[in-house]
Design a protein around this ligand. Structure first.
Ligand code: HEM
Length: 282
């Protein structure tokens, strides 16, 4: 699905797709961006946002346009939200299909777990009880972590308690303005943190495992992916959608020409360089 398709979905999910409200907000914002600063706020100039919501609903783009008339900024926020809220979950699902198309044992266990649903869509409650699917998703987020690299700038002088000195046990001083980069992809594959089988896809490892800072698919700290809006939403959406896909097919298999192609990390909107090309049987 392309970003432009999603732009339409965003519009239709607001209920204003026929009226083209989003486009008129953007057009109004564009007009406004040429105005002197004091006049840019659409709240001051309601005629430019021609179609106000007909009922009290939260329309992301509309709320944004109340805060800024800068079209570039509006675009950046919308794209950022699409990346955060759509591409991440899409990458998680693609990587899960990548695995099940190559691992009949994982496929069989997933099929066994969803069999009691008898082809019916799972409820939210039922999704909470899908223990094996949860472990599969956790393992996918470990080995094929969606945000593989991350960085932050220190906004003041600070100390990191460990990681310095020859044995890595001493504190490190981080001066204001210093960029700190960490590689979640590499960390999720470290044998000293995950054991000798770190590179192996093994959902069973999650039985009784409570990882701490060695597992950061959603990051942690002040910029963690917001709990119920991001993490829980994503895991529920992925669980539901994958369950429906698994219910629809008796087999999902990698296409023969891709059998030996590995999953290669890529830092773009879709993570896997080689894509996920599969054959599905009804
Ligand atoms: C598998 C799915 C997802 C993964 C792996 C993921 C991962 C992440 C990560 C690593 C961050 C931290 C980025 C940073 O360090 O600056 C983040 C932040 C964020 N995520 Fe997610 N995310 C997912 C799904 C979602 C969804 C579905 C939404 C919204 C519907 C969402 C909304 C956000 C937002 C708004 C932030 C920024 C939080 C802030 O800076 O305060 N994410 N996500």
């Amino acid at each position: 699905m392309s970003a432009s398709t999603d732009y339409h979905r965003l519009e239709s999910s607001t209920g204003y797709s026929k009226t083209g409200t989003s486009r008129s907000i953007l057009a109004a914002a564009q007009k406004r961006s040429k105005l002197p600063d004091a006049e840019k706020n659409p709240l001051r100039n309601t005629e430019t946002v021609t179609e106000a919501p007909k009922e009290e609903r939260y329309v992301f783009l509309y709320e944004l346009a109340k805060q800024t008339g800068d079209v570039q900024e509006l675009r950046d926020h919308v794209i950022n939200t699409l990346i955060a809220g759509r591409d991440t979950t899409a990458a998680l699902m693609s990587s899960t299909i990548f695995i099940v198309s190559r691992r009949p044992d994982v496929w069989a266990k997933l099929q066994a777990e969803i069999a009691p649903l008898k082809g019916q869509p799972p409820t939210f409650e039922q999704i909470q009880h899908m223990v094996y699917l949860k472990r599969v998703l956790k393992e996918v987020l470990r080995l094929y972590t969606v945000v593989p690299i991350n960085a932050k700038f220190a906004n003041k002088d600070t100390m990191i308690p460990k990681g310095g000195g020859p044995d890595g046990e001493s504190p490190i001083f981080i001066p204001k303005g210093q960029m700190v980069v960490w590689h979640t992809y590499a960390m999720h594959r470290r044998e000293d943190l995950w054991g000798n089988d770190a590179a192996e896809f093994r959902p069973e490892r999650w039985e009784g495992l409570l990882p701490v800072f060695n597992y950061l698919p959603f990051n942690d700290g002040p910029r963690v992916c917001p709990g119920s809006m991001g993490q829980q939403f994503a895991l529920t959406e992925a669980s539901y959608t994958l369950t429906r896909i698994f219910q629809s097919f008796s087999k999902i298999e990698v296409v023969p020409e891709d059998v030996h192609k590995p999953w290669i990390e890529n830092l773009t909107l879709t993570c896997a360089v080689n894509g996920v090309n599969v054959k599905c049987w009804k």
